[in-house]
Design a protein around this ligand. Structure first.
Ligand SMILES: Cc1cc2nc3c(=O)[nH]c(=O)nc-3n(C[C@H](O)[C@H](O)[C@H](O)COP(=O)(O)OP(=O)(O)OC[C@H]3O[C@@H](n4cnc5c(N)ncnc54)[C@H](O)[C@@H]3O)c2cc1C
Length: 471
């Protein structure tokens, strides 16, 4: 059988169910990737993430060449056009079947429904596979047959129902029949102008690097994960997120390798590894939320009451937040890390998002979009989940009156002020006793701005706005 494998958010060979089945069942296999710069920008995908995507595709192409599978990149205007392009390619190449891994976004699901209809109407078979999360989306349900909206019971059910056969993912690919077709990767014009300033040496592209990073983290740092994960100056987390976001590695592979080191236990054994697997389950949770509550993908909050919150908008505050000039050193260090690395530490994502939505009382959707536009690991479900958690508008969200104090967070999690010194170098000579909240004269001396707001009054303002919306 002559087939197409349509790559999208699954840029890997390892644990790729659609590629595996396509290889097992095809006599001739063609790989396709539809590239639409407009579509990527429409979904706020960051310039740095597109850079990483192109590099990841390059690496995928090299791996596919070894299997005699030519990768064709086709320019598309966007999701609307994708189904017709796939249909035309399938017809031109006399293909009998298209193999596809599922995606969960509203736009992605509509595109896939249309593609399936068009292909099936032309007598071309389609088969969809689940590769993004462990269980089929929406299949983990409460006793009343509802989707979960709180993490802890979701996780309990997720672990209880776990079947170790899910992790039967190792597969040896054999090269396909050599066909007279070459990949167009090298000649394809991605029309991508690099505008970001992130240090890409932090993010070597490709499956091999993703796998090495996983092995290194599990071997050297996972045991201390519970202890080190909240300290932003320590390299205490895995930094696997950019690879997971583009599907360069699968969550099953991460879980399997973690479990191997923990006697296949989810709830006991090494607390670093179990805590780390919990985080992967958070990722699964938010993907399920996105699937079961499509409103979150339509710019709506999960909690309906929060539609009545009267958000403020102050351009100068927004600008100060984006550029790391709020006068709160930990916030500024975090926002500058985002621009330097295309990535931000998880604790700091929560701190800056809460500051944005509570102290600044700005609409979470503005912060959500800015993160997507700048994160190399931008992932709609996790980003939306994180923003809605921080702004108390989402599932399982932080109670609206529990507002992080950025100075306390800084003192607790960046005790020596080393993270601040790294990203806000104008404060590098300050002692840890003053660096978290420098006195006025120190600010002046260092050329560092005054605080854009008063923490106490802005906190009360936020609580009032939430109370008002709830009443
Ligand atoms: C406001 C906000 C926005 C966020 N935006 C994104 C985003 O766009 N993309 C993204 O991948 N994550 C996002 N997160 C979740 C989390 O911050 C990152 O996944 C994590 O910092 C990535 O670093 P790591 O790979 O070292 O994580 P590790 O601590 O090593 O965790 C391993 C993996 O688990 C997953 N994970 C960890 N924490 C979470 C979480 N809270 N929610 C969902 N998945 C999680 C990630 O895939 C991560 O790579 C956001 C969190 C917040 C609070």
């Amino acid at each position: 059988m002559k087939s197409i494998i349509w790559f999208r958010n699954d840029l890997r060979l390892d644990d790729n169910p659609s590629l595996r089945e396509a290889c097992k069942n095809s006599s001739e296999l063609h790989a396709i990737f539809l590239y639409s710069h407009d579509q990527l920008e429409k979904h706020n995908e960051a310039n740095v993430k597109i850079d990483f995507l192109i590099k990841s595709l390059q690496s995928l192409n090299v791996s596919l060449q070894k299997l005699n599978i030519p990768l064709t990149i086709v320019n598309s205007e966007g999701f609307e056009q994708d189904p017709d392009i796939i249909l035309n390619l399938a017809k031109e190449r006399n293909v009998e079947k298209v193999f596809i891994n599922k995606q969960f976004g509203n736009d992605e699901q509509n595109r896939d429904k249309r593609a399936r209809e068009l292909l099936n109407a032309a007598n071309i078979k389609t088969e969809f596979f689940n590769d993004q999360i462990v269980y089929e989306a929406g299949s983990i349900r409460t006793g009343q047959d509802n989707p979960y909206s709180v993490f802890t019971p979701f996780k309990r059910k997720w672990v209880e129902s776990f079947d170790m056969e899910f992790l039967d993912i190792d597969f040896d690919y054999a090269p396909q029949k050599n066909i007279d077709m070459k990949s167009n990767f090298d000649s394809f014009d991605f029309k991508h102008e690099i505008k970001h300033k992130a240090d890409m040496s932090l993010w070597p592209a490709g499956e091999e690097h993703a796998s090495n990073r996983l092995v290194d983290f599990l071997k050297n740092r996972a045991v201390n994960y519970s202890k080190d994960r909240n300290d932003p100056i320590k390299d205490g987390t895995s930094r696997m997120s950019p690879y997971l976001a583009l599907g360069v590695i699968s969550s099953k592979r991460c879980i399997l390798e973690g479990l191997k080191l923990n006697n296949f236990e989810f709830n006991s054994g090494n607390s670093g590894i179990t805590k780390w697997i919990d985080e992967i389950v958070w990722r699964e949770f938010y993907r399920n939320i996105m699937f079961s509550f499509p409103k979150v993908g339509r710019n709506q909050p999960f909690q309906d009451f929060s539609k009545s919150i009267e958000w403020r908008f102050e351009e100068s505050e927004l600008h100060a937040w984006k550029t790391g000039m709020t006068g709160f050193p930990i916030i500024d260090a975090a926002m500058r890390q985002l621009l330097h690395e295309g990535w931000m530490h998880n604790r700091l994502r929560m701190v800056v998002a809460m500051f944005f939505t509570k102290n600044m009382l700005h609409d979470w959707r503005l912060g959500e979009a800015y993160f997507m536009q700048n994160l190399i690991d931008g992932d709609f479900a996790s980003n939306n989940g994180g923003w809605q958690w921080s702004s108390s508008t989402g599932t399982d969200a932080a109670p609206y009156f529990r507002i992080f104090n950025p100075v306390t967070q800084s003192t607790n999690f960046d005790k020596e002020g080393l993270f601040i010194k790294k990203y806000v170098p104008e404060l590098k000579d300050l002692d840890k006793s003053v660096i978290h909240d420098p006195p006025k004269e120190h600010r002046k001396y260092c050329g560092y701005p005054d605080q854009i707001l008063d923490l106490k009054t802005s906190r009360l303002r936020a609580i009032d706005a939430f109370k008002e919306a709830k009443s």
